[in-house]
Design a protein around this ligand. Structure first.
Ligand code: ZN
Length: 148
């Protein structure tokens, strides 16, 4: 494992681009697994709770997170349902250093994603976990907190 450089808004155009889906033949590959390991290591090294692939200059739809339950990686994540209720909290971002932005997010969401070996998973998330997933999914669509 190794850490990778974290991309920065205004410097790295990949942060403003829509990432592409991980393809069936890429699941289980050494390259994808190494990317995920490096993302987790980079996330811990920078004290982040989430890190999306564009933040290490890779335009693929996956992100790593650890909201207190250990590291997890979601591949091709989609928010499939949203609560009517929203909440506003201050967020920071490893790619927007020094900026804190109040962001409105859905309180509860349903998520469909894949694991690193391509298994389909569905779950619901609320509060902080839901916020992190929405923040990281935004990254995969080229959206940053400074756009909110
Ligand atoms: Zn971010």
């Amino acid at each position: 494992m190794s850490t990778r450089r974290v991309t920065i808004v205004d410097k790295d155009p990949i942060l403003r681009q829509k990432a592409r889906a991980v393809q069936p033949e890429e699941f289980g590959s050494a390259e994808l697994n190494r990317l995920a390991e490096d993302m987790i290591e980079t996330m811990y090294a920078t004290d982040g709770v989430g890190l999306a692939a564009p933040q290490v200059n890779v335009g693929l739809r996956l992100f790593a997170m650890d909201t207190g339950d250990g590291p997890a990686v979601l591949v091709n994540p989609k928010v499939t349902a949203r609560s009517k209720k929203t909440a506003v909290e201050t967020e920071g971002c490893l790619s927007c250093t020094g900026q804190e932005v109040k962001v409105e997010r859905f309180r509860d969401i349903a998520v469909a994603a894949q694991t690193l070996d391509g298994q389909k998973i569905n779950f619901t998330a609320k509060d902080f976990l839901a916020r992190v997933i929405q923040h990281e999914t935004d990254h995969l669509n080229g959206i940053l907190i400074v756009d909110k």
